[in-house]
Design a protein around this ligand. Structure first.
Ligand code: KG4
Ligand code: ZN
Length: 327
């Protein structure tokens, strides 16, 4: 059994995990920064870096203890090298390279987006190829095509905001707090979509745009300050779902994949999970979703992705703008 230590510090969570080559998570500990940032309604990069510095060693120690393993049991260390906030990334990279030097282990700089991709293989997850990937997170919204496990062709990305960013900004407008995704979901569940917001770029290729939808919600709230917040949240979620599902349906029809992989923080949305399950059942396509706990940023997905890097020349170069089609 090969064990890998994964370290994730690209944004606002300090997360460390030990994962085996079957995708079983022996332990994953995450120090959340919600309390650091919630007063600002968004993430403050400098505060994020400092919080990572304070949390990373205690989080590492707690993870090794919970996994019941020591450095001698590990085959390698994987650490996020991008995309993300540069200061936050550097805390993880420097810690990992220090540990690698001290413990005599190879350290691989891992693409965070490849981490999300491989989250679908954790805890018994399976992907059949060819596959279509929808990655919907706070930083990204993209569709990619994988002919096989090693190939990656970017098919479409967002022209402006990501869908997760739209959730977070709409949460702020509606006074639902931070982090926005789960709060908007909860409100939407008890609301009724009485307003119809635009479905940006639906039916027009594989590119996304969420900035106009966000502005439509803002205008609606300015014109109807008395609006029932859960109803507005429901109308916003309905528009997001139509766009994400519509683009995935078009990608399935165009590429005829064996699997649809849906990953990234927004894949924690129960509405998205249910919609994708119905779409895949209808199309006879296998739906590969990460277990709910591994949808949002975590060290386990970085450890899992590290298996793709074993044997390659390790790169610890930080890259805040790394693309999904680069390993
Ligand atoms: O993948 P992730 O943890 O971080 C990035 O790589 O960006 O994604 C975070 C995003 C946030 O925008 C958050 O609002 C969204 O995922 N999110 C959700 C849910 N949980 C997190 N969006 C919709 N429904 C959720 N339950
Ligand atoms: Zn992420």
């Amino acid at each position: 059994m090969t064990l890998i230590l994964g370290i994730e510090t690209s944004c606002d969570d300090t997360s460390v995990a030990v994962v085996d080559d079957a995708g079983h998570v022996l332990a994953c500990k995450t120090a959340s920064q919600v309390e650091v940032h919630e007063g600002y309604g968004g993430i403050y990069p400098e505060f994020a870096s400092r919080a990572h510095v304070a949390a990373i060693i205690p989080t590492l120690e707690a993870t090794l203890k919970a996994a019941g393993v020591g450095p001698d049991d590990l085959a390698a260390i994987g650490v996020t090298r991008g995309p993300g906030l540069i200061g936050s990334l550097l805390v993880g990279l420097h810690t990992a390279s220090g540990l690698g030097a001290g413990w005599g282990l190879p350290v691989y700089g891992v693409n965070h987006l490849r981490g999300h991709l491989r989250s679908a293989l954790l805890e018994g997850g399976r992907v059949d190829y060819p596959a279509i990937v929808l990655l919907a997170s706070g930083g990204h919204t993209l569709i990619a095509h994988m002919k096989d496990a090693a190939s990656m062709e970017l098919v479409g990305t967002t022209r402006d905001d990501s869908v997760g960013e739209a959730y977070d900004k709409v949460a702020r407008m509606l006074g639902l707090g931070f982090p926005g995704g789960p709060a908007v979901d909860r409100a939407a569940k008890i609301g009724t979509a009485t307003t119809r917001f635009p479905r940006p770029m639906l039916g027009k290729g594989f590119e996304f745009s969420f900035s106009g939808l966000k502005s439509a919600v803002r205008r609606h709230m300015e014109q109807h300050p008395e609006a029932h917040v859960p109803d507005v949240a429901a109308a916003f979620v309905a528009a997001c779902m139509d766009v994400l599902l519509g683009k995935c349906k078009a990608a399935i029809e165009r590429y005829l994949p064996a699997s649809l992989i849906v990953v990234g923080g927004v894949s924690a949305s129960p509405q998205l999970r249910a919609g994708m399950a119905a779409l895949c059942a209808d199309k006879g396509v296998h739906l590969a979703l990460p277990p709910l706990a591994w949808s949002t940023d975590n060290g386990a997905m970085i450890a899992m992705a590290t298996f793709d890097y074993l044997g390659s020349a390790p790169s610890l170069e930080v890259d805040p703008n790394l693309r999904i089609d680069v390993l």
